[in-house]
Every structure is written in C-alpha cells, then in structure tokens.
Ligand binder design. Structure first.
Ligand SMILES: [Zn+2]
Ligand SMILES: [Zn+2]
Length: 238
C-alpha cells in the first residue's frame, strides 16, 4: 500500500537527480544519482599534510607550505572535492540557485572526509565562515552554515553560531586579484563570546577555498581570541 502511494506521489512530485535530472526512486535519501556521484572529483590521492593540496609527485608538503611552514594561520586544511567538472556545476546550484537541500548530500561526503582525519577526535566545536549581512539577505541563506549544521548532526560535534562575525561590508572576492583579496578580507572578522572558545580546537567550515585568504582571516581572528587549533574543512578546493 505504502509502495503504491509513494509511486503515485512520485508521479506528481518526481524526485530527480540534481545533477543530471534523471528520476530517482521516491524513497531516495539522496538527490544525486550514483552515476553522477561517481563522476565527482574527490580528492583522495597524495596531499600536502598542512593545506590538503593534491601532490601528484608525492612528498609530504606542497611548495608553499614547505617554504613557509609557520605562515599558515590554521593547523590543517582538508577539502572533499576538486572544484571542477560536474561537482563544480552542482556546487554553483547549491550556492546560487536555492538548492539548499543539497547540503545533506554534501555534508555526508564532508563527514566521510572528517572521519578519515585525526582532527575528527580533536575538534571541540564547528564554526562556519559567516557571509556579510547584505549577501546573506540577498541570497536568503549562508551555504557554509547549512553545511556546518548538517555536518554537526552527522559528526556529533556542536556548532557555535554566536562567535564569529563579519565586520565590514567587503567587495566580492572573486572580482579581485590575489593581493587585493588579502587586503580586502584582512581584519574583516571579529569574535564575540570568546570565553566559549579559549583553549578549544575549532573545525572551521567553508564551501570553496581558493586562495584561503578568507579562511586565514577567520583563523587569525579566532586564534587571537585564544583558540588552540584550527582545522579547516571545505567542500571543494579551487
Ligand atoms: Zn545524476
Ligand atoms: Zn600545503
């Protein structure tokens, strides 16, 4: 009876793969079909032990981390996918076209990456990178916050929402050069309720990392308030 009911529901409200549009079964827990998922560019080869960058020729650290090992404001960064191909298109839909339900699917892959890293056991709290208020109002949601909420449930690590804030209205980063990005983002985050994070380890969540200028600025704000270690997990690495 239930099966028949679900079939009828599916006829009127078909559940389709968000990537290729193929029909999924009505009871599907995922919005991404297995074919599409297998086409995603997961980062699972040799990586830099600090920033998580893929290292095709092996070694422990990438050129930048080796050159300046203390230059990173964070302790470790990992990303789930390379930001390209079909998964890039899907992340853009998630970010700009209201496909907020994709947070569930993406957080599942983030959880798998978390489990494979030692920072899983060490993280006390999850914090997501805040959007500036104008952009959050325009978009209606903060995609990194949605990922953090879903990951928190799966990984059983509490989220802190009243700690990290964005100070001033900054220009969209993608319009700027690398040097301009660092200048634009520097000092644009601040911390409230710092007593809750003193001596703690934070798992910082963002959707895409490009130059890591935003994530470095967040890390710096948190560390200056007494955070011990900062681990970063992003959905994709550009
Ligand atoms: Zn598909
Ligand atoms: Zn590196």
């Amino acid at each position: 009876m239930k099966k028949v009911f679900l079939k009828i529901v599916n006829l009127f409200y078909p559940i389709t793969c968000s990537s290729c549009g193929k029909d999924l079964i009505s009871t599907s827990q995922t919005r991404i079909c297995s074919m599409c998922k297998s086409s995603f560019s997961f980062i699972n080869g040799h990586i830099c032990q600090i920033c998580g960058k893929s290292l095709s020729s092996g070694g422990e650290f990438c050129y930048e981390c080796k050159k300046n090992p203390k230059g990173r404001m964070f302790d470790k960064m990992r990303s789930v996918y390379e930001y390209k191909g079909s998964v890039r298109k899907l992340i853009l839909k998630f970010k700009y076209s209201n496909r907020t339900f994709l947070a569930k699917d993406f957080a599942l892959d983030m959880y798998e990456t978390t489990k494979n890293n030692d920072f899983y056991q060490e993280s006390d709290f999850i914090i997501s990178v805040p959007l500036n208020i104008i952009r959050k109002i325009k978009r209606g949601y903060n995609q990194s916050e949605l990922l953090a909420d879903e990951l928190s449930v799966k990984a059983n690590i509490p989220v802190l929402k009243n700690v990290l804030f964005r100070k001033k209205i900054t220009k969209p980063q993608f319009k700027l050069s690398r040097a301009e990005r660092f200048e634009n983002i520097k000092n644009s985050f601040f911390v409230k309720n710092k007593e809750s994070i003193i001596g703690k380890n934070i798992l910082l969540i963002d959707d895409i990392v490009t130059t890591a200028s935003t994530l470095s600025a967040c890390s710096s704000a948190l560390k200056s308030c007494g955070v011990d270690k900062i681990f970063i997990l992003t959905l994709a690495k550009d």
